[in-house]
Design a protein around this ligand. Structure first.
Ligand SMILES: Nc1nc2c(ncn2[C@@H]2O[C@H](COP(=O)(O)OP(=O)(O)OP(=O)(O)O)[C@@H](O)[C@H]2O)c(=O)[nH]1
Ligand SMILES: [Mg+2]
Length: 280
């Protein structure tokens, strides 16, 4: 048996969470068109034949701040030591960032004997010829040898990536039960799903300003009842979130409920309450 932890890092919006979900085969991490959709380190487990990989998703490096050390979210960097392999995920359809060398260097300074895989994601967005050119460019720019062109969306290149990953994993006892896929507490996980639906539904900055709290989970044999509070800081946001006669909130609730039901394979009753932070 082999086992190891893979850390996913890279710029915001490069497709780290999409890749994690594709590997797991379930939506366990929040994905969004918007930047900075992942806000904390989400852990998930994939059982392969004779191997177990623990994947750790992290919030993206945001390119607007000045210092690299700030740009690499600290929590992501601090996890490097615990990883066996680091997946540095980049969007191949974008031009090579001048800061890339520095980013790679920062990672290099932190690694001991971990391997760095350069994952060039979103190959579905560019032509085959361009893929080869880009791979060469990235190789020259970073000096990295393990480069994987993939599409996290289509699943292209992922089996190759997993095969190579398996080779690098150390022989170790299995850490988790084969049934487990998420290592996150269920309340946070359910909150994340609702947060994702808010992101999909509401534009502007509001989704960044509200917080979803799962306050109660009641399980019976074939049903789960969940109560969630969405905390917001402005009264005007409350109206937008709730929508005309509650229509927006209703839609968010039913999408979230469906997503949780798909994951749990059970009937879900979901109750959402929108509260101003100042309200009790
Ligand atoms: N065309 C295409 N789009 C992709 C691919 N992978 C991800 N995307 C899209 O890119 C956007 C960002 O994906 P995420 O997985 O949320 O990116 P992330 O790196 O986790 O972003 P942060 O959590 O903000 O750091 C979403 O709209 C995805 O659907 C891909 O292989 N091809
Ligand atoms: Mg993400």
């Amino acid at each position: 048996m082999k086992s190891g932890t893979i850390l996913l890092i890279g710029p915001t919006n490069s497709g780290k969470s999409t890749l994690l979900n594709k590997i797991i085969g379930k939506r366990v991490s929040l994905v969004s068109r918007k930047k900075q959709s992942t806000t904390f380190n989400q852990k998930a487990i994939k059982s392969l034949s004779e191997a177990e990989i623990i994947l750790l998703d992290t919030p993206g490096i945001f390119s607007s701040t000045k210092k690299i050390s700030n740009r690499m979210s600290n929590s992501a960097i601090s996890e490097i030591e615990t990883a066996t392999i680091i997946y540095l995920v980049l969007d191949i359809s974008k031009k090579i960032e001048p800061t890339l060398k520095k980013i790679v260097k920062t990672i290099y300074n932190k690694v001991n004997d971990q391997s760095i895989f350069l994952i060039l994601n979103k190959i579905d967005k560019i032509s085959k010829g361009n893929i080869f050119i880009k791979i060469k460019d990235y190789k020259d720019q970073t000096g990295l040898e393990d480069i994987f062109p993939i599409s996290a969306l289509d699943g292209d290149g992922i089996s190759d990536l997993l095969e190579s990953t398996k080779k690098y994993l150390p022989k170790r006892k299995q850490k988790y039960s084969k049934k487990k896929t998420v290592l996150l507490k269920k309340d946070i996980f359910y909150s994340e799903i609702t947060r994702e639906k808010i992101y999909d539904k509401i534009h502007k900055e509001i989704p960044y300003l509200c917080k979803v709290h799962t306050e109660r989970i009641k399980k019976t044999k074939d049903e789960i009842t969940i109560h969630q509070r969405i905390a917001i800081s402005k009264k005007s946001h409350k109206n937008i979130l709730i929508g005309k006669r509650g229509s927006t909130l209703k839609e968010i609730g039913s999408q979230s409920r469906r997503e949780i039901a798909k994951f749990e394979n059970k009937k879900i009753n979901l109750f959402l309450f929108v509260k101003l932070k100042s309200e009790k």
